[in-house]
Design a protein around this ligand. Structure first.
Ligand code: SPV
Ligand code: MN
Length: 609
């Protein structure tokens, strides 16, 4: 359609500012039609997607989508943050000038939705009524129906969520244009993809992918990058890549809430969905709030509060099974409306499979296609060992399907946060848990979070790939100002949460010293007892670690000697780490003096032995 007038814009869309935004981008992207959607359109859109071959049926009430083979993950190199102020340039945010980025993306998107439908997806990234709701409103324009179906699962979608906001003009403007996935040069010098958050204009322009992390604009671009920027600019909140869970002690009737950051692939979804160990199951319940994003603010009583802005989970399928995550397995069962992406798929039975679902792939290969759509039976010897599923294959589910979803998960006031944890992936040095009493040292600990580089070939054996606060791919302004904002928020509290660092990944050669998964709850229970003054732990240079008898190990047998190793602080390895940390912090712009002082205190305590 050559000329767009407001007559082509759905009449139900009454907000003038939204109509103008839709019209502006329809004129640029030139779709054939415009459709306003809400969660109520889910069943119809599923039917249309099945009829169009974009989705296949994966058993009753479940669906399967296969992506373009070059479009299976986020691209950190092609993701930028743009503003009009170069002071927003950080170490990791790939800052670029807003005007240039907007011009580039406008050109790439010009005419790029021809022949397609432009879906208008109004959404709220928060439980309705929350004090942060104004920052949560957005409208995503997308030319991909499967993206709409995933947004319906991940966010609260419908124009009704935008009604009643005090300033109807204040919403995040998101534009997602898929582009010709065959002709974008993904991964080459001529890569045409560009994923930009123009943070000071509250505009998100993503071109060249239909993968969730790039295309569900409410999730990472808004929920993390834009919200982190807004939280600092307003001084009102933090937006973090954090899980959020509740622990209910049925004996005392108390409920605790824990949030925390872990680098990707460190088990955040599994921990958020965990069940208590069997032996502790009569006393404790774990409630799910969120597995990927938390927004945190200080309430009128000076307590830290948190919500999960998402309405769904976009989980990694690999290694999800009845032992590692029974909660997820129940959530994705038949009838759940789950959308699987890039798993293996059986075109006869509609089954899905991924590495780790069962120890071995299905023995009978008839009907099975790998994630690229190639029949398993037809794969030659050179491809025999290739995975069936893509390692980043995913399931998309609404939170309502999670069996242990907290009763108050929707509470607009969120929950009071009792503890903030950071979890690295370290084969030595880091004990199972260490509590950190000083708040600046807690922030310092988050800033020096990382996962161990696993490839000796990188020459980084034993050194961390630092991932400050697990926000490395999601920073939207300078890391030093980010640290300052954290210190300011904590400084406004009357009641501070406990801070702790956890590590489930200590190893003896290849063997993990700690069984992980459901047993991880035991470390968190110790932290909550420590906070209540019921245990004292042992003070070390890097925090307070449990005394061996303080951990409740009922029903868990550890090989002799493992427990003391799990709780040990290895002085020489820590001394080495402090050198790397110094270098890491020195590479981040504007790090506040309080953070350097925390570093120096820890270093001095280690030196004093
Ligand atoms: C992550 O990569 O941290 C995710 C999934 O949560 S994605 O949406 O791809 O970013
Ligand atoms: Mn994530």
């Amino acid at each position: 359609m050559a000329v767009w007038t407001t007559a082509h814009i759905p009449a139900e869309l009454r907000h003038e500012s939204v109509r103008q935004f839709v019209r502006e981008w329809a004129e640029i992207t030139e779709p054939d039609r415009i459709e306003l959607v809400s969660a109520a359109d889910d069943a119809r859109l599923l039917e249309e997607a099945l009829a169009a071959g974009e989705l296949r049926q994966a058993g009753v009430g479940r669906f399967y989508a296969r992506s373009h083979p070059h479009d299976t993950a986020r691209s950190e190199a092609r993701t930028v943050v743009a503003t009009s102020d170069e002071a927003d340039r950080g170490r990791y945010d790939n800052w670029q000038p807003a005007a240039e980025v907007r011009a580039t993306l406008t050109e790439r998107m010009r005419g790029a939705s021809r022949g397609k439908t432009l879906y208008v997806v109004p959404y709220l990234m928060a439980p309705p009524g929350t004090p942060l709701a104004p920052y949560a409103a957005g409208v995503e324009l997308t030319d991909d129906r499967t993206v709409v179906l995933q947004m319906v699962r991940m966010a609260r979608v419908g124009i009704e969520y935008l009604e009643g906001l005090v300033d109807p003009d204040f919403f995040v403007r998101g534009v997602h244009v898929t582009g010709e996935l065959d002709a974008l040069g993904q991964g080459t010098e001529e890569d045409q993809r560009l994923f930009a958050t123009i943070a000071d204009e509250r505009t998100i322009l993503h071109f060249g992918s239909a993968y969730g992390g790039n295309a569900l604009l409410g999730k990472i671009a808004h929920g993390l990058r834009q919200a982190s920027y807004d939280g600092q600019a307003s001084g009102r909140f933090l937006a973090e890549q954090f899980l959020l869970l509740g622990i209910r002690d049925l004996e005392t009737g108390r409920t605790y809430h824990v949030c925390g950051g872990f680098p990707s692939a460190s088990g955040k979804t599994n921990l958020a969905m965990t069940l208590p160990p069997d032996a502790l199951g009569a006393r404790y319940r774990v409630d799910f709030y969120g597995d990927d994003i938390a927004w945190l603010w200080v309430d009128e009583q000076g307590r830290l509060r948190g919500i999960n802005p998402e309405n769904g989970a976009f989980g990694v399928a690999k290694d999800t099974n009845d032992a590692t995550n029974p909660t997820a397995m129940a959530a994705i069962a038949e009838g759940s409306g789950t959308i699987f992406t890039n798993t293996a798929y059986n075109e006869i039975t509609g089954e899905v499979w991924w590495e780790g679902l069962t120890p071995e792939p299905p023995a009978e290969v008839e009907g099975w296609l790998d994630w690229r759509g190639d029949p398993i039976a037809g794969r030659g010897p050179e491809r025999r060992d290739d995975p069936w599923a893509h390692p980043n294959s995913r399931f998309t589910i609404p939170l309502s399907r999670i069996p242990n979803l907290a009763d108050d998960a929707d509470d607009p006031d969120g929950v009071v946060i009792d503890a903030v944890i950071f979890g690295g992936r370290t084969r030595d040095r880091e004990p199972l848990i260490r509590a950190i009493d000083d708040l600046a040292e807690g922030v310092y600990d988050g800033l020096t979070l990382g996962a161990e580089a696993t490839f000796a070939a990188e020459g980084l054996d034993g050194q961390l790939r630092y991932d400050p606060m697990s926000m490395r791919p999601f920073f939207s302004y300078s890391e030093g100002r980010y640290a300052k904002h954290w210190l300011d928020v904590l400084g406004a509290l009357n009641v501070a949460p406990a801070f702790a660092h956890v590590n489930w990944f200590q190893r003896d050669e290849g063997r993990y010293l700690w069984p992980g998964y459901r047993e991880n709850l035991r470390a968190l229970l110790w932290l909550l007892q420590y906070r209540e003054g019921q245990v004292t732990g042992t003070r070390t240079a890097v925090g307070v670690v449990p005394q061996p008898h303080e951990l409740d190990l009922t029903g868990l047998e550890l090989p002799a000697g493992d427990l003391s190793r799990l709780l040990e602080v290895d002085g020489p390895r820590w001394a080495e780490e402090m050198g790397y940390r110094h270098e890491h912090l020195a590479g981040l712009p504007d790090i506040p003096a309080e953070i350097w002082a925390a570093h120096d205190r820890v270093a001095a305590a280690l030196a004093a032995g």
